[in-house]
Structure formats: C-alpha cells, structure tokens
Design a protein around this ligand. Structure first.
Ligand SMILES: CC(C)(COP(=O)(O)OP(=O)(O)OC[C@H]1O[C@@H](n2cnc3c(N)ncnc32)[C@H](O)[C@@H]1OP(=O)(O)O)[C@@H](O)C(=O)NCCC(=O)NCCS
Length: 157
C-alpha cells in the first residue's frame, strides 16, 4: 500500500521539487537559499528525500550535533500524506541518529499544527516545553518535543 520506493540523500538538483513540496506544506516556506546553505555549508546537516515512482514525494532534514539529533524539517506532498511516508522518513532519521551515537531526537512544532503534533505523539515523541514566540514570521509559540533513542535496540545487544 505504501508507495515509497526509497529514501536517498537530497541533492542540489532536487531543489525545484523540494520547493514545490515546501510551498504546498508550510505557511512560511523556506527559501531556496536556506536549503542550499544546509546542503553545502552545514557540516551537521543531513537531508534526505523519499521517492515514489521516480518522483520526490517528501523529505526530512536533521542536524546531528553530538548526542542530539534535531529534526529541522519534515514534509510529505499532500496527496501522499497519511500513507506512512512521514513515519518512514522519521524512522530513517532516527536510525541514522542512533548510528551516529545520538541519544535523543528533538524538534519543534508550531502550536497550531495539531496534525504534526499528533503525528509526532504517534511516533513516540513527548511534549518537553513551550518555546515562546519561536516562529519569527508570526511570533507563534513552538512546542519542543523529545524522543529518547534506544541504543540497545539498535545494536541488537
Ligand atoms: C506531518 C507529516 C510529515 C506526516 O506525514 P504523513 O506521511 O502524513 O504521516 P504518516 O502517514 O506516516 O503517519 C504516521 C502517524 O501519524 C498519524 N498522522 C499523520 N497525519 C496525521 C494527521 N493529519 N492527523 C492526525 N494524525 C496523523 C498517522 O495516523 C500515523 O499514526 P499510526 O501509525 O498510529 O496510524 C505530513 O502530514 C506533512 O507533511 N505535514 C505538513 C508539513 C508539516 O507540518 N511538517 C511538520 C513540521 S513540524
């Protein structure tokens, strides 16, 4: 049922499609330059795309900073939402974080983004704290969520 065929690293030439998804999914989309900086000039950043039928249908961004893995962004093309793609991308990010010896996942979600908040709860993330006026474009509060990573499960020991 899931139309996902693979997850692979994001490339600069993907950005036309990434921006289509970004514009369809976010009220304050990142400009192209932000993705370029992430892909070319941030040694902590790891970005991946989800492919279905040779088409990019979603992406995830992470910063792996020592023991913390920060989810900077995640989005799935609206027509492909609620099919398990977001879950696959997040789980891919968690496995990468575990393999990089991170002990926890951390992210912020807009207070009004109830769907994403529920999505993260379903994936085992827990409310940590409110970050007042976190989103600079409208001064909306952010909800910080955290998931502890289980290293025993990853190593199989
Ligand atoms: C949030 C988002 C990435 C989720 O991706 P998705 O592919 O639709 O999610 P999945 O189909 O993998 O769903 C995984 C779980 O979350 C739940 N979920 C997903 N979308 C949901 C929604 N709109 N409302 C409530 N629950 C939802 C699913 O029920 C599922 O739970 P289950 O496994 O217990 O059934 C996607 O909706 C999206 O791109 N939203 C717009 C961008 C965005 O808000 N990104 C997050 C910024 S913080």
């Amino acid at each position: 049922m899931t139309p996902l065929s693979k997850i692979r690293p994001m490339r600069l030439r993907d950005l036309f499609w990434i921006l289509q998804i970004e514009n369809a999914c976010f009220p304050s989309p990142w400009p192209k330059e932000e993705f370029i900086t992430e892909l070319t000039n941030n040694r902590f950043a790891k970005y991946f795309v989800a492919i279905s039928d040779k088409r990019i249908i979603g992406f995830i961004g992470l910063w792996l900073i020592f023991e913390e893995a920060h989810v900077t962004t995640i989005a799935v093309l609206p027509n492909y939402q609620k099919m398990g793609i977001g879950k696959s991308l997040l789980s891919f990010g968690e496995k990468l974080a575990q393999a990089s010896n991170c002990t926890k996942m951390i992210l912020e979600v807009r207070e009004s983004n109830k769907n994403a908040y529920q999505f993260y709860l379903n994936e085992g993330y827990k409310f940590n704290r409110i970050k007042k006026n976190y989103y600079t474009h409208n001064l909306e509060d952010g909800i910080e969520m955290i998931k502890e990573l289980n290293h025993a499960a990853h190593s199989g020991s």
